[in-house]
Design a protein around this ligand. Structure first.
Ligand SMILES: [Zn+2]
Length: 428
């Protein structure tokens, strides 16, 4: 047996509750902290408080003790600094009325896990936000283990709540992965901001499966459905969810306008290049971001660029104003928004910029859905945020051949999505 350094007695005078807090296991008693020289790891011995003992590891029901199980066990915890850290404790078995003889529950880890809950959650979180190699290197794990952890975190989240219960406002969207070769259809609960359903494919048949799972009674109480204006989504919703109002997502409508604006910019740029105005062409190329960005976010240089466009290129500036006014429609919402939408439509129809005349037609076609959005204030922004995470996760999920790993992205309660993630997903 290796000589162990007793940290509690010599190297440190840290009270045990500090160790507990450092390790995120405040609900247990820290008995001892050892630095194990043979492995270079920190081993923290803990024991359960009396009231937490003898609970079934599956259902947490208090149960009679059965035996000592396999004795002492170790769980990998989050590193302390650069030092690999383990929690060590007894792992006795209990006899549960429902589950038979099982290892007793421990508050710091999921049932059957070899890693602490905080460790699992960190790995799952990283897996949705960083590369495969980053997770493996940072957490010092085998890639296989990452897969097992994600699956565990997802199963835990799914067991804790019926996601399809109580849905009244949902968002439906499609996301592409593998460079647009494959698609996933996702459904988000607008009330909670959580992903409630996801499946491979983007067809009426795919979405039908969601409503099959939901059932007719729960489909009947859905009030609002936001979508990106895709006809296949609308057709299914009309069929399966007759009481719901369809809302066209403002985010997508503004994205259509941004695309139209970019088409105009490219046209003006090409014309400048063809006529040999290289300096103008170069300036126009650089104007891309000034045109894309919301005016309130423009840097000083971009604002100057925009003023230059206003002075030198009338159609392009008009296209920019058309995009901005459409964005304002959604910022205003309600009756004011509807009124401005009227004004915008008549302006866009007569603007003589082909891309925007075409956009006016598209907006007019989607008008009922857009007006519903203006009345109800529903946005797929949350769906987009979730999608950004899913895009990252699908890369990983396909590596694991695990369908449920897709859904790991919302298995981490309390982790919010950076606002920037949404902006990235529009142009990605
Ligand atoms: Zn049980």
């Amino acid at each position: 047996m290796s000589r162990a350094l007793r940290v509690t007695r010599s190297a440190s005078r840290l009270p045990t509750w500090v160790w507990a807090r450092l390790l995120g296991v405040e609900q247990v008693v820290v008995e001892d902290v050892e630095f194990e020289e043979a492995t270079g790891a920190l081993v923290v011995s803990v024991r359960l408080r009396r009231r937490d003992r003898r609970q079934c590891g599956i259902c947490r029901r208090r149960s009679p003790g059965y035996d000592a199980g396999d004795g002492r066990r170790r769980w990998r915890a989050l590193d302390l600094g650069a030092t690999r850290t383990y929690l060590e404790a007894d792992a006795p078995r209990v006899h549960c009325r429902t589950h038979g003889v099982v290892v007793a529950a421990v508050p710091w880890a999921r049932h059957g896990a070899g890693h602490s809950r905080a460790f699992d959650d960190t790995v799952a979180w990283l897996a949705t936000r960083t590369s495969k190699s980053a997770v493996v290197a940072l957490m010092r794990l085998a890639w296989r283990t990452v897969g097992a952890i994600i699956t565990r975190v997802v199963a835990d989240a799914e067991a804790s709540a019926d996601r399809l219960a109580g849905l009244t406002r949902i968002g439906i969207d499609e996301i592409s992965h593998r460079r647009g070769q494959r698609y996933i259809t996702v459904v988000v609960n607008h009330e909670s901001g959580r992903l409630v359903w996801a499946a491979e494919g983007r067809s009426e048949a795919t979405l039908e499966r969601f409503f099959d799972a939901l059932g007719p009674e729960r489909s009947a109480v859905i009030e609002l459905v936001s979508a990106d204006g895709a006809e296949w989504i609308e057709r299914v919703v009309r069929r399966r969810c007759t009481g719901a109002t369809l809302c066209t997502d403002p985010f997508h409508v503004v994205a259509w306008a941004t695309e139209a604006l970019d088409a105009v910019r490219r046209e003006v740029w090409n014309a400048a290049r063809r006529s040999g105005e290289t300096a103008l062409a170069k300036d126009l190329k650089g104007a891309r971001f000034a045109l894309w960005k919301n005016p309130e976010d423009l840097s000083e240089r971009q604002a100057t660029k925009l003023a230059w466009i206003a002075a030198t290129n009338e159609p392009l500036y008009r296209a920019y104003l058309l995009k901005e006014e459409l964005r304002l429609v959604f910022a205003l919402r309600g009756a004011e928004g509807r009124q401005l939408l009227d004004g915008w439509l008549s302006w866009a129809r007569r603007c003589q910029i082909p891309a925007f005349v075409e956009l006016a037609r598209k907006v007019a076609r989607n008008r009922p859905g857009i007006e519903a959005t203006l009345s109800h204030g529903l946005s797929n922004a949350r769906v987009e945020a979730v999608n950004t995470k899913i895009r990252l996760l699908t890369r990983i999920a396909f590596g694991f051949h695990s369908a449920t790993a897709h859904r790991a992205c919302h298995a981490q309660p309390g982790r919010s999505v950076p606002a920037a993630a949404r902006a990235v997903s529009t142009h990605g």
